[in-house]
Design a protein around this ligand. Structure first.
Ligand code: GLO
Ligand code: MG
Ligand code: MG
Length: 412
């Protein structure tokens, strides 16, 4: 093949993306509660060992491009859009007005706001540091984020306490730090009750997001299960206002089965918001596009969520790889992630309707029909052929994923 000069590269990417097929229309994409984060689309490819590869872009570009793709909801950290020094000041009001205009122009809604309590140097020792003035500042940040949420029409606020922990042991007394962290959340929920009342709006759903590693070396609330224990600990004044925003990859990173982690959140009634992406077990937070690594696991996750009537947002907390250009972020990364999600979601609907899976599942639940009793051997013998259906169901799920249930075969 001939070299592809810079002037022909965008057209090539677009032509091959078209050739991939399987894309949904913007109207179809907008039917799903899919949200696109400001920070994901404006992520420039930087990391500790990586220089940025993409130009900076602002909220106008991101909102316009999300609208064009058909991503109907937008999410943001406070400091993704408002410089730290303008927070809570007049500068914030001007930016909020510009964001509202941009959202209205493009028919996009803000579904979630989140406070950045990890990046700025003031949070070097976490938002629940010893110095009372740091904690008072953290409370200001979460309260201000609640204000932003109401001003932008959001329903959700998310908190990722990734800097709640330490590099070196000794100074941190964990029970105290958790109490101080609870103080910030209590401030946010109490402030929310007042603001919601004054604006005649419902209170926000406050969602905690766990991650097992990064940016601290040791993290005090590393998993969604730890968050559930924290919510139920008695430290929160409004535990009923606080739920979870699990992230698929964050649960996978510590070696968990994400589907089981989600199931534990579901039975607790706390699965309110969900960050969708993909990656690998026991690796760093690579935030790969949903379904690119574990499509079979994703299909299973979505079967669980569909069958339990999850109606919350699917937030594309995904980082386009640094090999993708600014053009590629909106020509490939986001549309392809949305389309894989929609395909897997619809496929999960097929799984629930599949006659083979349905009959096999019902047969497993019916059991062999032998009288209950204490004879373990007899119970096993009576059920042993039925139990083969476990593997048969797994095979059928792979067939559905690969389209073999619709008659696709390889003639050899
Ligand atoms: C980082 C987290 C981060 C959160 C965001 C929302 O690993 O996934 O992106 O989702 O701060 O609070
Ligand atoms: Mg996340
Ligand atoms: Mg992540």
């Amino acid at each position: 093949m001939k070299p592809v000069p810079p002037s022909g590269q965008k057209a090539l990417v677009e032509r091959l993306m078209q050739a991939c097929g399987g894309g949904y229309s913007p109207e179809t994409r907008r039917k799903y509660f899919i949200s696109g984060p400001q920070w994901a689309a404006s992520y420039r490819g930087q990391a500790l060992f990586h220089a940025p590869t993409r130009e900076a872009i602002g909220f106008e570009d991101v909102i316009r491009e999300y609208a064009r793709i058909g991503i109907g909801f937008w999410t943001t950290h406070d400091t993704d859009v408002i410089p730290t020094e303008h927070l809570g000041k007049d500068g914030q009001q001007e930016i909020v007005a510009a964001i509202r205009k941009s959202l209205a122009n493009h028919g996009v809604r803000c579904s979630m706001v989140t406070a950045e309590t990890f990046y700025h140097e003031v949070f070097a020792a976490s938002p629940a540091a010893e110095a009372p003035e740091i904690r008072a500042y953290a409370a200001f940040r979460v309260n201000n984020t609640v204000d932003l949420g109401h001003e932008l029409g959001a329903q959700y606020a998310v908190y990722w306490p990734g800097s709640l922990g330490y590099y070196v042991q000794g100074a941190i007394e964990e029970t105290q730090t958790l109490r101080w962290y609870a103080d910030a959340l209590n401030s946010a929920t109490e402030h929310d009750i007042e603001v919601a009342r004054s604006k005649n709006r419902p209170v926000l759903k406050h969602c905690l997001e766990a991650k097992p590693f990064e940016p601290q070396a040791e993290i005090l609330l590393p998993t969604s299960d730890a968050m559930l224990a924290f919510i139920a600990s008695g430290l929160l004044t409004h535990p009923e206002m606080v739920g979870l925003n699990p992230e698929y990859l964050h649960e996978l990173m510590w070696g968990s089965a994400p589907r089981a982690a989600l199931a534990r959140a579901l039975v607790a009634g706390k699965l309110w918001h969900f960050d969708i992406n993909d990656g690998y077990r026991l690796k760093h937070d690579v935030d790969i596009g949903v379904g690119l690594v574990n499509p079979l696991d994703w299909l299973n996750v979505l079967v669980l969520l569909r069958s339990h009537g999850y109606h919350g947002p699917f937030n594309l907390d995904y980082k386009p790889p640094r090999t993708t250009s600014n053009h590629g972020v909106f020509a490939v990364s986001f549309p392809s992630a949305v389309d894989r999600f929609i395909t897997l979601w619809e496929m999960a609907g097929e799984v629930s309707e599949d006659p083979v899976i349905r009959e096999a599942t019902e047969a497993l639940k019916a059991g062999a029909g032998v009288p209950p009793g204490a004879d373990a051997k007899a119970i096993f013998e009576a059920n042993k052929d039925l139990l083969t259906l476990h593997e048969l169901i797994a095979h059928r799920l792979v067939q559905i994923l690969l389209g073999l249930h619709r008659g696709r075969v390889y003639l050899v």
